[in-house]
Design a protein around this ligand. Sequence first.
Ligand SMILES: *Cc1c(COP(=O)(O)O)cnc(C)c1O
Length: 421
Amino acid sequence: MTQLASIASTPATRAAPYDLEGLRAQFPILGLRIGDAPLAYLDNGASSQMPQPVIDRLVHYQRAEHANIHRGVHYLSETATAAFEGARRKVQRFLNAAEECEIIFTRGTTDALNLVMHGFGRAYIGEGDEIIVSTLEHHSNIVPWQMLCQERGCHLRVIPCNDRGELLLEAYAELLGPRTRLVAITHVSNALGSISPLREVIDLAHARGVPVLVDGAQAVAHIPVDVQALDCDFYCFSGHKLYGPTGIGVLYGKAALLEKMQPYQGGGDMILSVSFEKTIYNVIPHKFEAGTPPIAAAIGLGAAIDFVTGVGIERAADWEATLLDYATEQLSQLPGVRLVGTAQHKASVLSFVLAGVHPHDVGTVLNEAGVAVRTGHHCAQPVMQRFGLPATVRASFALYNRLDEVDQLVGGLQRVARLFA
Ligand SMILES: *Cc1c(COP(=O)(O)O)cnc(C)c1O
């Protein structure tokens, strides 16, 4: 967590709590040049880069371990199964889940949210019931619930936020009612970086017996997560925002809830026995993992977790807070820049607009300066509507970013200002 109004930090006086250059050297892609400029990769909120140990793990699997899992008695199948299930245990430890069977591999956060919509929503949320989300949600934590509302006649209730991008807890408390069946909320807003007050959100929901699902896609790389301490009922994230591969994600669910849920998809691996008269589903987590999973990606995610826990999420968060504070301070001084999302508690995201210049034009000029940022609505159009904007420019930081990459961003923005003056 970071305080926006912190003491000025300068590149000369602040250093990462680890060997930043040594760490960067493990990410081959960071050495790219874009035209004449070195790459400054500030689009980590969309996807972070993979370090060599993760790439090596993927290659090793493909060269020496690949076979389908959970089926064969042969050497390769057993090796692949052991690596895949080993990755599940790494995720379990990473989230501090009580049991291994509470970790379900999915294709990503979106897939995990849809799994809960199908498996929990369809079974337990009906006509007139209510689902609470927040203004800050990514589309993937809005649209599945809207689909359920259309199908079942239930209703979405939305927690508002203030002008800083902080959720309003009093309004939330009033939304919780006798028909609330689920609270689905982001841990960190991908558009603004605001950190949700999860402790209060979860305690208030549980006081009424309502389960809470947390979208952790934007959080796991930046905040240590302990699902038992949080006591959330579901938690999900994507591998590719945690220095791992695409195509893999995780849904954590409390075992008692998962047991009661309907399967998401039918197929191989999710059954114990099948006949035309009666099919018996497999135990959790396998009940929710129909078909051949992305085996390599799951093993790669395990390697990414080893990597990031080796650095330490707390130390990464500490450095990212320094980057965010420095960038906030620098951009605040640029004429015409308006920061969007100035919550007291933020993680790794700096959204802004430049007066008179469309964010896409800003992004295009920044690209010419080697700076990769996101421009657009960030798959969070309701947030943009809340702030009366069609789009913003978003710089988002990871553990490998440097202060001089912030300087490169600032230089690029000065060039934008000159070009569009
Ligand atoms: C990226 C993101 C998602 C969607 O993740 P996918 O990997 O695209 O499934 C959902 N929620 C938040 C907060 C995100 O940042």
